[in-house]
Design a protein around this ligand. Structure first.
Ligand code: PEP
Length: 264
């Protein structure tokens, strides 16, 4: 097997449809100051923020101007490159704006925008085509958990999303049980580990052992500063996708600094 460097933890903030561009700039500045004040060493953990489309340009300008080492991501992209697709945003535009990542298949898009596994697979292809790293979200609803257990649905969703993905593609996977998103309910660290291990096995089957070893798998669902460390201790959890708590600079900074305050 090819030797692969340890996976750098990734803490990603999904702002959803919150914060206009002025509020976005204020949050990034406050997060940066909070981390610097706390003596946080950037590099041990990768930080990424996922603002609404309308904020991307302002946030990117600030990151560049102040040399802030956060990666930038978008929350969605079009399957198309350009053309008569009113309201859509192309991966090419996101790349040009300095985005590194794009969230694909978030449960809110699956539920409210009827995104199917096929649409999600096409979006993964669009992201890769434009040099963006797709953050592929998978997760089961409470009904699915009760009927099939925790792993079956996320495993099926990931297999579908990885159709035609080359073995050397740079991807991130986020396991987000739908019943834990924004609800305050959380998967136990053991449950998160079991599903993340199953997802890593899917990557090994579909893309090979080296891809499985290198790819980061995040847990998401009501992650807070008080519970992040319990997930990060698990061998197959490489970070977190954080919704509500990423809108609060102090709380998100504490999540990013999980290694310091609990000694993981
Ligand atoms: C999310 O929507 O990706 C998420 C994990 O939200 P929250 O942290 O608010 O549960």
């Amino acid at each position: 097997m090819v030797a692969v460097a340890a996976r750098t933890p990734l803490i990603a903030g999904n702002w959803k449809m919150n914060l206009d561009h002025l509020q976005a700039v204020a949050l990034v500045q406050k997060l940066d100051w909070t981390l610097k004040d706390a003596g946080h060493e950037s590099g041990s953990v990768e930080v990424a923020v996922f603002p609404p489309f309308t904020d991307l340009r302002s946030v990117q300008t600030l990151l560049d101007a102040d040399k802030i080492a956060f990666a930038l991501g978008a929350q969605d992209l079009s399957t198309h490159d350009s053309g008569a697709y009113t309201g859509e945003v192309s991966g090419a535009f996101l790349k040009k704006l300095g985005a590194t990542y794009v969230i694909i298949g978030h449960s809110e898009r699956r539920e409210y925008h009827d995104e199917t596994d096929d649409v999600i697979a096409a979006k993964v292809q669009a992201a890769l085509k434009h040099g963006l790293v797709p953050v592929i979200c998978v997760g089961e609803t409470l009904e699915q958990l009760e009927e099939f257990g925790a792993s079956a649905v996320p495993v099926g969703q990931l297999k579908a999303a990885l159709q035609d993905v080359p073995a050397d593609a740079d991807i991130v996977v986020a396991y987000e049980p739908v019943w834990a998103i924004g609800t305050g309910k959380v998967a136990t660290p053991e449950q998160a580990q079991d599903v993340c291990a199953a997802l890593r096995a899917v990557i090994a089957d579909e893309l090979g052992a080296e891809a499985a070893e290198r790819t980061r798998i995040l847990y998401g669902g009501s992650v807070k500063s008080g519970n992040i460390a319990t997930y990060m201790r698990e061998p197959d959890v490489d970070g977190a996708l954080v919704g509500g708590a990423s809108l609060l600079a102090d709380e998100f900074a504490a999540i990013i600094r999980y290694q310091k305050h609990v000694g993981v």
